[in-house]
Write a protein that binds this ligand. Structure first.
Ligand SMILES: O=c1ccn([C@@H]2O[C@H](COP(=O)(O)OP(=O)(O)O[C@H]3O[C@H](CO)[C@@H](O)[C@H](O)[C@H]3O)[C@@H](O)[C@H]2O)c(=O)[nH]1
Length: 486
């Protein structure tokens, strides 16, 4: 098999290998970073995903884990056409599993590390054999073992943090033993109890990442991130955020060089088919959802989506269904095939003309559409970054991981959304959802203020992402500062 990579006119001769897990939420920021590295630094970039997702992205691929593949994605934003993103698979130990959510976290982490390290090393050696050695490994959350693979190859490994910098800061202070984390069992139950950390808004227990409050295998994986970074004096971390949005959290960690290269969202919203881009889920183009949006009034549609992982309970889906209809507003709802709930009548929605349910859409294009008035979201960081960049206010139903923290930031620090309350059974009821939607889309003072702030942040994101904006400058800074690892 031949590997197609960028031509050989690469600035500083870099070949970045971006290692991610089998999730759309890692693929999107990896792709974006890869395109920009190819364009800005004229670097050659290969994204390596677990074999299960590689096969879904490239159904024609016959490569096995660690083998070079000829699957490529033309970099659509690579204006001078000098770069091509290549893809190659490694193995996370679960080659035949399409969805990893049901796998025991301990088992997953163990296999990911042992099988992942081996197959990533094989891949890197195959690149050497082909005469295009990797010069730097970039790895996302929970893949810290990739740094050991890089060490064996005597090349640098850089962490690419794909959640808010504020969340990184929470973990950092937690593992540093910040005194705010010495709370008692009584504090944990006290709803008025909150903690203070450098550069962050006050955080209640329910605002902390669930990995800290309900420890599991992912907590030790997060500890490994900071142990690895602690081996270096002023380590570099690439951050998928922009400085203004999280300046104080970033400045609260002067020990590290946190380089903000986000938000990793395309300003241009190019249709996926135009660039041959595939997702792990198939876009529901047959539903005609973009044309349907075209037929709706400006800022009238409630867009509802819960990312690529969240599995809502049947009762939650029912309450959402009811609440959405009762708002009386048109809505576009992404209900993935793997989270479909019996009894939600897609045909009825279509007939009434008020709602449309699709299995997967091009979310960035939807958020960019003038008909969209608000985003009912689970607060995954990609979704939130996209909402900020496209200027869409949010009704927030955080589910797990760091989503509650993200919601707190959006409500308290940035003022661009409203978190709805869960009932005692952990479900957001229809009436509460309606309250949230009105709070964001209505004519009240709070709604106007939220929309004003949303516009403000959109403008700031635009400045960062414009040509020669901070996102590009910081990426150049990053590539240049890699020499310190030589
Ligand atoms: O119909 C859809 C629905 C979603 N998306 C995209 O899918 C991605 C979803 O990512 P995200 O919003 O981050 O949600 P999750 O998939 O849930 O992300 C996981 O990973 C994120 C990054 O680490 C974390 O912030 C989340 O908490 C975690 O659940 C986004 O880019 C969306 O644009 C589509 O393109 N079409």
């Amino acid at each position: 098999m031949s590997i197609m990579v960028a031509d050989h006119r690469h600035g500083q001769g870099h070949h970045f290998l971006v290692v991610i897990v089998a999730a759309q939420s890692h693929i999107n920021p990896a792709r974006h970073l890869a395109r920009r590295l190819a364009r800005t630094a004229k670097a050659r970039v290969t994204i390596t995903t677990p074999l299960s997702s590689h096969r879904r992205l490239f159904p024609g691929s016959s490569a096995t884990a660690g083998e070079l593949d000829d699957a490529t994605e033309e970099a659509p934003l690579n204006l001078d056409a000098s770069g091509v993103i290549a893809y190659a698979p490694y193995s996370d130990g679960f080659d035949d599993k399409d969805h990893l959510a049901a796998i025991d976290a301990d088992l997953f982490m163990k296999k990911l590390k042992s099988v992942g390290s081996q197959t990533l090393a094989t891949l890197a050696h195959n690149f050497i054999a082909k005469g295009c050695p990797v010069t730097c490994i970039l790895y996302t959350n929970i893949l810290t073992w990739a740094a050991d693979v890089a060490r064996d190859l005597s090349i640098p490994a850089i962490h690419y943090w794909i959640q808010p910098a504020s969340v990184f800061a929470i973990y950092y202070h937690y593992f540093q033993g910040h005194p705010s984390f010495t709370f008692t069992a009584a504090d944990e139950k006290d709803s008025s109890f909150s903690i203070e950390l450098p550069g962050l808004p006050r955080l209640r227990m329910k605002d902390l990442p669930s990995i800290i409050t309900t420890p599991n295998a992912y907590l030790s994986a997060h500890k490994e991130i900071f142990v690895e970074l602690g081996k270096y004096e002023k380590p570099i971390v690439l951050m998928n955020t922009f400085h203004q949005l999280e300046a104080s959290a970033i400045e609260g960690i002067p020990e590290m060089e946190l380089i903000t290269i986000g938000p990793t969202v395309d300003m241009s919203s190019i249709p996926a088919e135009a660039v041959g881009k595939r997702d792990l889920f198939e876009e529901d183009t047959a539903s005609g959802y973009m044309e349907w949006l075209d037929s709706q009034e400006e800022r009238s549609v409630v867009y509802v989506a819960f990312g690529s992982w969240t599995q809502l309970t049947g009762r939650q889906v029912e309450e959402l269904d009811l609440g959405l209809k009762e708002t009386g507003r048109p809505y576009l709802w992404v209900m993935r095939k793997d989270n479909r709930v019996e009894g939600i009548m897609l045909e009825r929605d279509l007939k009434e003309g008020k709602g449309k349910v699709v299995e997967w859409c091009s979310q960035v294009r939807v958020l960019d559409h003038k008909a969209v008035g608000c985003f009912v979201t689970h607060c995954g960081w990609n979704s939130m970054s996209e909402a900020v960049t496209k200027g869409v206010s949010m009704v927030m139903l955080p589910q797990r991981i760091e989503q509650a923290t993200n919601a707190r930031l959006a409500e308290e620090a940035w003022g661009i959304g409203v978190t709805v309350e869960v009932g005692e059974d952990g479900v957001v009821e229809a009436a509460e959802l309606m309250r949230g939607v009105e709070m964001v889309m209505g004519e009240g003072e709070r709604a106007r203020e939220i929309r004003r702030k949303t516009e403000e942040w959109k403008e700031k994101a635009k400045e960062v992402l414009c040509e020669n904006g901070l996102a590009s400058k910081n990426l150049e800074l990053f590539v240049n500062s890699l020499s310190k690892y030589k």
